[in-house]
Write a protein that binds this ligand. Structure first.
Ligand code: ASP
Length: 354
């Protein structure tokens, strides 16, 4: 449908009649998995900055947006109720297993996950790699707590349900719907500490947009995902430790060596510029790489790609370049990669393909 047609009230009515299912039996079934975050947060007043994440349960979330029931038959489950700064492997493994169970059910058409904004990009990317289904899995969040003036959670939730219930969302990988934009899990990143318009997909752009439940999709996912992913959580009870260390002026090798001493099987450097760091840091990193720690160069810069052998001789030093993955997502991929022994060339391939 053209933009012009959409702006016509008559067509809007016709679209409503065509797309809003006639009876509950016709509606897609969407399961909502709540994990906490500001979308479930509460403050003492509607105009104060201080608040606590993860205060509102999934039933309250559903009850707060009755309009979403027009889009889908909804039921909710509480997976956790935490600020996503506290996200951890236990919740990740539980969440991923539940998503896979639900997605395998014939009476589930889509899944919405409510989450905090702080680490939503990591959880979305993790699920993108381990969910074995093409059904829509859509994460959403809010920057303002549910009690705030102009809370953004209800409309984000409504839009997330609309995308999860939309057949066109099938096969586009795990999605994140926030502030009218549909992001791919591999692309999005949080760019503002407080602004509602915090999420961008700076390198490759959006998967689509969604306004008041009406979605438009522009393209498919970036990188291998879900059913095409070679990663699986079958038999996995723990993920290997991978640490992120930020590069800076006058950096030495102390934190790199400390990470290895603490048991890190992999280290991701949030490098300056194109994954760079001081010579002493590079020496320490290459020494750890020689001992078998898998070391990846990413960047602290918010957009761009880190390529092999630009200012650093990765071949000689035994390092991996993160390509388009920022440090937090490079860490997720590396943790899954390290579930089995691999050559450095194979780890580099993963960063090129995922
Ligand atoms: N600290 C919160 C969280 O990530 C922030 C938010 O959700 O916006 O859970």
């Amino acid at each position: 449908m053209t933009r012009l047609m959409r702006s016509s009230g008559i067509v809007a009515l016709a679209v409503g009649l065509c797309t809003v299912p006639a009876s509950p039996a016709d509606k897609p079934n969407v399961v909502v998995l709540a994990t906490g975050g500001t979308i479930a947060g509460a403050a003492g007043s509607d105009v104060q900055a201080a608040y606590t994440s993860g205060q509102v349960g999934v039933e309250q979330l559903l009850a707060a947006v009755p309009q979403a029931k027009k889009l889908a038959s909804l039921r909710g489950e509480q997976v956790s109720n935490i600020g996503s700064q506290d996200m951890n492997d236990e919740v990740w493994l539980k969440l991923a297993r539940r998503v896979n169970e639900l997605a395998a059910m014939s009476d589930v058409d889509g899944i919405v996950i409510t989450h905090g904004t702080d680490t939503i990009e990591e959880t979305a990317y993790f699920l993108n790699l381990v969910v074995k289904s093409r059904k829509p899995v859509v994460l959403t969040a809010a920057m303002r707590p549910s009690t705030a003036l102009s809370a953004d959670g209800p409309l984000n939730f409504f839009n997330a349900v609309a995308v999860a219930a939309n057949k066109d969302a099938v096969g586009r990988g795990v999605l994140v719907v926030v502030n009218d934009w549909i992001h791919g899990a591999a692309s999005l990143t949080k760019t503002s500490t407080t602004a509602v318009q915090t999420f961008l997909s700076p390198v490759r752009g959006l998967i689509g947009t969604v306004a008041y439940g009406e979605a438009e999709f522009y393209r498919g996912p970036v990188g291998k995902n879900t059913l095409d992913s070679e990663f699986s959580l079958d038999g996995v009870t723990a993920l290997p430790r991978v640490d992120i260390i930020m590069a800076h002026e006058n950096m030495d090798g102390a934190l790199i060596n400390a990470a290895a001493a603490a048991g890190a099987k992999g280290i991701v450097i949030a490098g300056v510029g194109n994954g760079n760091m001081t010579q002493p840091a590079l020496d320490a990193l290459a020494a750890q790489a020689k001992k078998g720690v898998v070391c990846v160069r990413s960047s602290r810069v918010v957009t761009g790609r880190v390529g092999r052998k630009v200012e650093v001789d990765d071949d000689k030093l035994g390092l991996v370049a993160s390509e388009e993955l920022n440090p937090q997502k490079a860490r997720v991929l590396l943790r899954l990669a390290l579930l089995k022994p691999r050559s450095l060339a194979d780890v580099q391939r993963l960063f090129q393909e995922y």
